[in-house]
Structure formats: structure tokens, C-alpha cells
Design a binder for this molecule. Structure first.
Ligand SMILES: NC(=O)c1ccc[n+]([C@@H]2O[C@H](COP(=O)([O-])OP(=O)(O)OC[C@H]3O[C@@H](n4cnc5c(N)ncnc54)[C@H](OP(=O)(O)O)[C@@H]3O)[C@@H](O)[C@H]2O)c1
Length: 336
């Protein structure tokens, strides 16, 4: 079968190579899916360019996100049958509640989804929502549960009338925008680009702040909320933006700490949260149950994941280059 591999010492985009691997065979508890589409996350670029927080231990198939058709199942499988449509879960396997210690992610350290066939334990797949195409469903493994965890699982769930601040306009942010709007909340986005802010407004954001032209963007956010602040920050910037998020979260509000986009250095002091009774929550993608919940919300609300561009399998390296250009909003998809 055709796959892409990152070499074990991968450090540049050119370390992504087309390869042939033998077709896998499902073990007794495994489900084999013919992958139709995959999508990129920020993490995948970091892994390929050697900037992720751990190194590869073998030449690895990249990507965690994938959707396709079940083509074979092991003799003990009960959750899927051939012909079903399935979406990979990020962790193999975290079903619900607290994660098991040995959970591993697709795309590193485990082989990922940029392949014709993928064999995983049956508990590492969810049923694909009937309302989505393969391209759309292929965005649901990482960014979507991350956004859902920040809004719905961390601390107090967001509620109608709340204001949610999404930092940046990438995959996590655009899912957070759509889920927050479906829950009746208002959304403010930050972006480096006025054009992307306009696109986010067309998707339901009530306002946007350009963090390049307004480096003190927290002041703009406070002004947009009449000085009150926001109920939830989807903190994709990380330590580099956290002190500003502390300023613009409201009394009793929450911050979901998700990303690393603004670099590893910062001067955030949690003392700023104390007299606001505000809280900071670490987010680690989410469990299979989290993905199943958000799939319900997608089906009930008719949500369509925001896809910026679709690349064919042969152009996977171009998809990674496009990701590096930061020209996109939402998700980049590769069909297989
Ligand atoms: N903890 C977890 O469980 C988890 C899960 C998924 C992702 N993440 C992390 O979350 C972050 C977002 O992931 P993603 O896959 O959604 O990324 P993505 O799709 O690649 O989106 C990146 C976008 O973030 C914006 N951005 C870049 N630098 C920024 C900064 N300094 N301040 C604010 N926004 C900035 C840019 O938007 P504009 O062009 O509009 O400025 C950029 O397009 C990454 O750091 C990723 O590693 C963490």
C-alpha cells in the first residue's frame, strides 16, 4: 500500500517521503479502514520539522486525523463491520474518564493516517457522522475534541450568552467558534490578518482583533466586552500569550490552555486570576467519549467543519508547505 513516511531523524519538510509498505492484516480486535481523507494539525508540522516535544523512534507515517471505510475486521470485533465509515481517535486508546497511562497518539509515536490502509484496535475508531463527507470527517480527530474539551469539559461548561475568545484562526479556533455559537455563546477571534477576521465573522464571530496591529489585544477585547472580559479563552498561544489572557478573562471565567503558538517564553502570573475567581485548565485533546459528544453536536446543529483547502495524496508535501505559509483558516485536508 502507498504511504508517506517521516524519517526517524526528520527535521525539514523534505524529510517526508512516498513509500510502499505491505498491506496490514487486522488482528482479532482490530479494524482495518481504507482511508479516504486525512487532515493536518499544527503538531504534525512540528513533528516533521523536528520541533515536537519528543523525537520519533522509527520512520513514521504522519498525521492523527483520518476518515474512511471499514474494509476488514478481526474475529472478536463487535463495534464495526465492513462497509461502516469510521474516524480515527487521536489517542490509542482513551475511551472516557481519566486517560490510561499508556495512551499513545497517532502520527507520533504511533504510525498515523497518511496511508491507504490503517489498522487500529476497534476502540481507537468512532463512527463517522452521516452528515459529513470524508473530507469533513477527516478533521475530527484532534482539533475538534481539543476545542470541545476547552469549552464543555474544562471547569464550568459555556452557556448561552457567554463570550468566548478564540486565539488565532486555525483548526482548534474554528471548531471552538462553531461549537460556541451552537451553544448560544458570542465569539471574538484574534488573528494576524484582517481578511481572516472577516472570514471568521462570516462564520459567526461577532468581532475580531488583529494581534499584529494591536499588540495589546487584551485591551481591545476588554473594550469589546464593555470592560467585563470574556467567559472562556481558547488559549492557543500558550505561555507567550497567557498573561494577556489573564487580563481579559472575566470574573469567574476560565482559560483552556491548549497551544504553544506564541513560543515557550512568557511572564504569566496566576496571581492575576485570584481576585477574579478565574481558572486555568490544561487541555490534552480528549477521550473517545469527547469525540462522540461533539459528533452529536455536529449532527444536531448541522455543523460543517471549516476546510480551507484540499490536496490530493500525491501533493501531500505541498499541503505541509501550505501549512507553513500560515495563509489558511481552519483545516487543511489531504485526500487518499
Ligand atoms: N493541548 C492540546 O491538546 C492541543 C491539541 C491541538 C492543538 N494544540 C495546539 O494548539 C495550537 C493550535 O493548533 P491548531 O492545529 O489549531 O493550529 P493551526 O491550525 O496550525 O492554526 C495556527 C493558527 O494560529 C494562529 N497563531 C499563530 N501564532 C499566534 C500567536 N502568537 N497568537 C495567536 N494566534 C497565533 C494563526 O492564526 P492567524 O493567522 O489568524 O493569526 C495560525 O494560522 C498549536 O499550538 C497546537 O500545538 C494543542
Amino acid at each position: 500500500m502507498k504511504v508517506y513516511e517521516m524519517s526517524q531523524k526528520s527535521s525539514i519538510l523534505d524529510d517526508l517521503h512516498r513509500r510502499e509498505r505491505p498491506e496490514p492484516k487486522p488482528g482479532p480486535y482490530e479494524v482495518m479502514v481504507r482511508i479516504r481523507a486525512t487532515s493536518l494539525n499544527y503538531r504534525d508540522h512540528a513533528i516533521l520539522t523536528g520541533k515536537y516535544r519528543y523525537n520519533l523512534d522509527h520512520d513514521t507515517i504522519p498525521l492523527s486525523d483520518g476518515a474512511g471505510e471499514v474494509v476488514a475486521v478481526g474475529e472478536n470485533v463487535t463495534r464495526f463491520k465492513p462497509g461502516d465509515r469510521a474516524v480515527s481517535t487521536f489517542f490509542q486508546v482513551w475511551i472516557d474518564g481519566a486517560p490510561p497511562k499508556n495512551r499513545s497518539a497517532l502520527g507520533a509515536p504511533l504510525d498515523g493516517t497518511l496511508a491507504e490502509l490503517v489498522c487500529l484496535h476497534e476502540d481507537g475508531w468512532v463512527h463517522m457522522p452521516a452528515s459529513l463527507s470524508f473530507e469533513e470527517a477527516a478533521t475530527l480527530s484532534c482539533a475538534a475534541p481539543t476545542a470541545w474539551s476547552a469549552l464543555m469539559n474544562a471547569g464550568t461548561r459555556i452557556k448561552p450568552g457567554d463570550t468566548v475568545l478564540c486565539l488565532g484562526t486555525g483548526g482548534v479556533s474554528m471548531f471552538a467558534l462553531q461549537f460556541a455559537r451552537a451553544a448560544g455563546a458570542k465569539v471574538i477571534v484574534t488573528s494576524s490578518s484582517d481578511a481572516k477576521i472577516e472570514r471568521a465573522r462570516a462564520l459567526g464571530a461577532s468581532a475580531g482583533v488583529n494581534y499584529k496591529t494591536h499588540p495589546d489585544w487584551e485591551k481591545e477585547v476588554l473594550a469589546l466586552t464593555g470592560g467585563r472580559g470574556v467567559d472562556c479563552v481558547v488559549e492557543n498561544g500558550g505561555v507567550g500569550t497567557l498573561s494577556r489572557s489573564f487580563q481579559c478573562v472575566c470574573w469567574g471565567g476560565k482559560i483552556g490552555l491548549i497551544g504553544v503558538l506564541a513560543g515557550p517564553q512568557g511572564d504569566a502570573n496566576p496571581h492575576d486570576l485570584m481576585f477574579k475567581s478565574a481558572s486555568l485548565h490544561g487541555i490534552g485533546v480528549g477521550s473517545r467519549a469527547t469525540t462522540e459528544q461533539l459528533i452529536q453536536a455536529i449532527e444536531v446543529n448541522g455543523i460543517k467543519p471549516v476546510i480551507d483547502r484540499v490536496f490530493p495524496f500525491d501533493q501531500a508535501p505541498e499541503a505541509f508547505r501550505y501549512q507553513a505559509s500560515a495563509a489558511y483558516l481552519g483545516k487543511i485536508v489531504i485526500t487518499v
